[in-house]
Design a protein around this ligand. Structure first.
Ligand code: HEM
Length: 448
């Protein structure tokens, strides 16, 4: 039997010669391209080197990118042996804390937390949040200016933030909700900028401008601690539907509960993992629909008639063509064959989510937005992986898809939007996500 990641010794250092070929550009250039124009860099490498190629990057070092379904299956199925790539969201560690389910290495501690948290994100449970999502969306739509361009991306961020503060944190008092949201917006803005590097250093944290962020984090911690203590003494805890209440009430297999600090860390994790990703996916959905007015009209008509099939297909196709998390990494603890190459233990492998979705052999006319393709049947396993896979698969996948569904439906029933420009948005990297470069400009033609 294989050792678990927690018991496994440190992986051996891997010799570049043992890895698949890749671009010969100097490391600084590769790193710059990986950061600045990842789409053309990835696509160029896949075209030239095929199903597996190696990049040389500052930080993670040599990383092998794979994107064919059999390799992804092998990679995700081996999560019981492998672990996450070193440096997963290293910038976020000071904000999320060491026990964050996103950051723990694979092994028993990570699995215990997933087991405790996963049932709370079950598809059926999400229905309890329908009103919260619809209300947050309606509030936004009602504030949009009529007849003049405005960016949809920040509007979607406002919706997903309100949903998290209400559905995940369960904050009911509007004053507390406002303060928490204002602080979180500022903190999240810092995590998007290179300044976030300084949060990991005790010394840099004390210097302006990070001093302000550190103070904001302390204030949020206080607000969350108050919220947690209110929940611990709430006699009606069992009847509450918010995720915070469920985290407080849940028990590990040995009967113990999460302590306050850990509850706080998992809440911040859900915020950081779930807010920007869902908002960006919603912005992409509109950017793609804007370029296919016939699809927008079909969606509007079917939504009006109370049908959901095309709406589900639009969401699946948006997550395929614009996967906001374009790759996710693993560190191999055992050798494995992927993309036709024998990879040694110690290799860092990126599941190329974006590349997997662009394969013409799996998706004919892969670069076109064709929601219809998802009406024709489910995609081949491991060819549609916007939420990753294995024991690290996104905990909030059902939540995100449900939120997208309710928000899209609510917007279409309440507003007629047109694009502010003729051109589709280029993809830019924002932190770990692929986002629309110009914020998805839209014009509200009329309210319905
Ligand atoms: C469209 C929206 C979203 C996308 C595309 C997305 C995508 C992803 C991806 C690719 C991963 C890494 C999976 C892997 O390594 O195999 C991930 C992890 C995670 N996501 Fe999401 N996510 C989204 C929304 C959410 C939401 C709404 C939440 C919670 C409210 C959430 C919570 C998490 C957590 C906790 C993890 C870490 C899981 C672990 O390491 O065990 N995500 N997500």
């Amino acid at each position: 039997m294989s050792a678990t990641a927690a018991e496994a010794p440190a992986p051996p250092v891997v010799d570049r010669a043992e890895l698949p070929p890749g671009p010969r550009l100097p490391k600084p250039i590769q790193t710059l391209r990986f950061i600045r124009d990842p789409v053309s860099f990835f696509e160029g490498c896949a075209e030239r080197y095929g199903d597996a190629f190696t990049l040389r990057l500052y930080g993670p070092g040599n990383v092998v990118v794979v994107s064919d379904p059999p390799s992804l299956k092998r990679l995700f199925a081996a999560d019981g042996v492998n672990t996450i790539a070193p440096g997963r969201n290293i910038l976020l560690r000071p904000l999320l804390g060491p026990r964050s389910v996103l950051l723990l290495d694979n092994g028993p501690e990570h699995l215990r937390r997933r087991k405790l948290m996963l049932p709370q994100f079950h598809g059926e449970r999400m229905r309890a949040y329908e009103n919260v999502i619809a209300q947050a969306t309606r509030r936004q739509v009602d504030a949009w200016p009529e007849g003049e361009p405005f960016p949809l991306h920040p509007a979607m961020q406002a919706i997903t933030l309100e949903v998290i503060v209400r559905a995940v944190f369960g904050v009911e008092d509007s004053g507390r909700r406002r303060e928490l949201s204002e602080q979180l917006v500022e903190i999240l803005a810092t995590t998007q900028s290179p300044r976030a590097v300084g949060l990991a250093s005790n010394r840099l944290q004390r210097l302006p401008p990070l001093r302000e962020t550190t103070a904001r984090i302390a204030r949020v911690d206080q607000l969350l601690a108050d919220e947690i203590s209110r929940r611990r003494s709430d006699p009606e805890l069992g009847d509450r539907a918010d995720i915070l209440s469920m985290l407080v009430a849940a028990r590990f297999e040995d009967g113990s509960a999460m302590d306050d600090r850990e509850v706080r860390d998992q809440l911040m994790t859900l915020l950081v993992a779930g807010h920007e990703t869902t908002a960006t996916s919603l912005a992409w959905a509109f950017d793609l629909l804007f370029r296919r007015p016939d699809a927008m009209e079909r969606l509007r008509a079917e939504t009006e008639a109370g049908e959901e099939g095309y709406l589900d297909a639009v969401i699946a196709e948006t997550l395929r063509l614009r996967p906001v998390v374009p790759f996710t990494g693993r560190l191999l603890r055992e050798p494995a064959t992927m993309g036709g190459h024998e990879l040694p233990a110690g290799a860092v492998v990126l599941a190329g989510i974006y590349l997997a979705h662009m394969r013409d052999d799996v998706y004919p006319q892969a670069r076109s937005f064709r929601p219809e393709r998802f009406l024709e049947g489910a995609p081949e396993t491991y060819s549609w992986v916007p939420f990753g896979g294995g024991t690290r698969r996104c905990l909030g996948a059902a939540f995100a898809q449900f939120e997208m569904k309710v928000a899209l439906r609510t917007i279409l029933r309440r507003a007629v939007l047109r694009p502010a420009t003729d051109d589709p948005e280029p993809i830019v990297r924002r932190n770990v996500t692929f986002a629309p470069a110009g914020g998805t400009g839209a014009v509200l033609e009329r309210r319905l």
